[in-house]
Design a protein around this ligand. Structure first.
Ligand SMILES: [Zn+2]
Length: 83
């Protein structure tokens, strides 16, 4: 967990992690729901937690897409960090 938080800080993301479990992985109004232990998915959803803390809920499909691209970019960077 510490490695994830240090990594996210590189992207100016300091999430308050409220984590629950569900049958699918998603972020909803301040809570990260995880369906498995994949750290890359936690990184992705933690970016959404930072976006939510900073901007609130996405107000348009364009904004939702922008946030999704940003979370995906950080997730890919996480997967590539040791290569
Ligand atoms: Zn996402």
């Amino acid at each position: 967990m510490k490695e994830i938080l240090v990594f996210l800080a590189l992207f100016h993301c300091h999430p308050e992690l409220r984590i629950a479990h569900d049958t699918w992985t998603h972020f909803d109004r301040g809570v990260i729901y995880l369906s498995n232990d994949d750290p890359a998915r936690l990184v992705h959803e933690a970016v959404h937690a930072c976006q939510y803390a900073r901007y609130g809920s996405a107000k348009s499909a364009e904004e939702w897409s922008r946030r999704e691209r940003e979370a995906h970019k950080v997730e890919i960077a996480w997967k590539m960090r040791d290569s």
